[in-house]
Ligand binder design. Sequence first.
Ligand SMILES: [Ca+2]
Ligand SMILES: [Ca+2]
Length: 332
Amino acid sequence: MAFYVTLFLLFLGCILCSCSQFPQRQYRYVHLAMNWTSAQNYCREHHTDLATFESADDLQRLKADFSYEWAWLGLRDDPRSWRETLGSDTNSWRWSATNETSRTGYRPWNQGEPNAGGGLEMCVWMRADGKWNDARCLEKSHFICYSVTNQKEHKYHYIELLKTWFSARDFCRERYTDLAMIENNAEHHQVFSVKPAGITAWIGLYREPWTWSDMSQSSFRNWKRTCPNNYLGNQFCVGENRLHEWNDLPCEEKYSFICHQDPKWTTTVVKVKFQTDADMTDPAVNAQILQQLGALLTSQTQAPLSVRWKTEPRKTTDNLTDRSRPGPIVHL
Ligand SMILES: [Ca+2]
Ligand SMILES: [Ca+2]
């Protein structure tokens, strides 16, 4: 028996580009000169956000004549996230034992620290005088591990080996709990008391620098040689030159900038009616028809489509058998 089948075809298409592959974000070079924050506001108002890049291919898709030596992109290492508090922003300081920021906010920094010196200081050591300083993680230093006693108290262990912060962390994790976690004055004094006088030692505080304006997790970077360098200690926003090389720059300087525009999707419903002998209650038949219709629509529109079935429930007010009922109404 033939089925009369009504199909409502629901498909998503990219309306901003005639791309035949998955739609890519579009980059726009803006020739206006603005500081980083104003550029971010402009991009969010007129496009999607300041540019995020996820690959070298992304960089090459930007075609522009640069008006200025640098053009802002969406990468920033906002000092408010790590200099003023022990907050929980992406760039904030965290303890290696928990990968979370401090629960107490205890932070006996030395004056002027943390300062992201040279753009490379993302790990913390206790100075000879007990104050904290951010330092280059690849420097080798003695270090302090901690373990947890049966009374749930921290016990600190001075290790007289010279290791990078990462190697020291791994050493502590193998033999104790982790690099020292210090959250109050009493713990600070315990650490200071096990550390020999005049010695600098790693503790467990670290952070991941740089955050994308759109909160992307992209780890792609294309730094210019010797960058980032935090020259003069005030370079916390990133621009690129016409070679697509990145440099950390003072956020208040005015440059042109690059926005990105995410693809916009639209939903279109198409009603199609056809006659078939196929058993439309068979999932395999449904899948085959879905695949054929998807291929047909893609070839006709030259646009990427997201397709799936959604079968509406049958009416139960008649006495028709399954085989004699109208076919399912499906959404593609
Ligand atoms: Ca420092
Ligand atoms: Ca720089």
